[in-house]
Design a protein around this ligand. Sequence first.
Ligand code: RP5
Length: 164
Amino acid sequence: MTNDNPQIGIIMGSDSDLPTMQGAIAICEEFEVACDVAIVSAHRTPQRMVNYAQTAHQRGLKVIIAGAGGAAHLPGMVASLTPLPVIGVPVSTRHLQGVDSLYSIVQMPGGIPVATVAIGNAKNAGLLAVQILASQQPELLERVQQYRQTLTQSVMDKQAALEK
Ligand code: RP5
């Protein structure tokens, strides 16, 4: 899945991660930010991972979102190979409910950061990526502000419904 001139790269270790990563794809669609979606496995396709990460900035990507489960090395390895910011999404696993994924992604050594969201929360990864882009794109920044206003309004609407 590829849009023209993608700014956000969304990668995952397996197609089994796709249902989780749809949350990030949906945010890119909502904010009309072009993204590039690919399966890139740190363990099954290591050379593809190296090629993807080392050329990402040359291909115009500005942020990478990487989701993986279990021995979730993909986000950290990609972060070690690219100068771009990397956001890690721990994917929930059958046996350890994603705690293994979270620990694998969040415990990066000093010098190679991965901005890690909560287990399964690809939506927040998408939003964080959009906000990183928005810091340099006033029109996108305005859409982020509108999104926040919508969130606030939805809470106020629920409060109003409670008070009826
Ligand atoms: C990881 O192993 C993937 O990110 C996935 O979450 C997990 C299981 O992969 P499959 O066996 O479902 O392909 O590399």
